[in-house]
Design a protein. Structure first.
Length: 137
């Protein structure tokens, strides 16, 4: 996961600046970051799909991979200007991680350049997360 993780994170942050993100809502910031991650992931589809196959048969590696994903999603939240402090912050990190993992299946199922099914899924998930956070903030 190490080299692919590095390529994904580097690729995302090379494609966008914090200034660009400040012009949109927090939800749209996260949407942009997630879509960029899937875009970069598409550039490494063969390696990513091999990793996904390997993780299915190796629970210990899957658990370690989830820890890395949580760190990455915490970084996305911070980059988007969203606090991850305290118990509510922990819930935000876990929610975004879960959304990303579920979105991986949508991404994997994409057979064309059309990412609208993935975008719709992420939008629905981020909207739900935003509504929940508003209730508890």
């Amino acid at each position: 996961m190490g080299p692919l993780r590095f390529l994904l994170n580097q690729g995302v942050f090379q494609k966008i600046s914090e200034g660009e993100l400040q012009e949109v809502s927090p939800k749209e910031r996260l949407m942009e970051l997630l879509l960029l991650r899937y875009e970069v992931l598409s550039e490494h589809r063969t390696e990513a799909e091999a990793l996904m196959r390997d993780l299915k048969s190796t629970p210990r590696a899957w658990k370690k991979h989830l820890c890395y994903l949580r760190e990455d999603m915490q970084g996305f939240l911070a980059y988007a200007g969203i606090s991850t402090a305290g118990p509510l912050g922990h819930v935000k990190v876990l929610s975004l991680t879960t959304l990303y993992v579920l979105g991986l299946q949508k991404w994997k199922d994409l057979k064309t350049e059309d990412t609208s099914p993935l975008m719709a899924f992420l939008d629905k998930g981020l909207t739900w997360c935003d509504e929940q956070m508003q209730r508890y903030s």
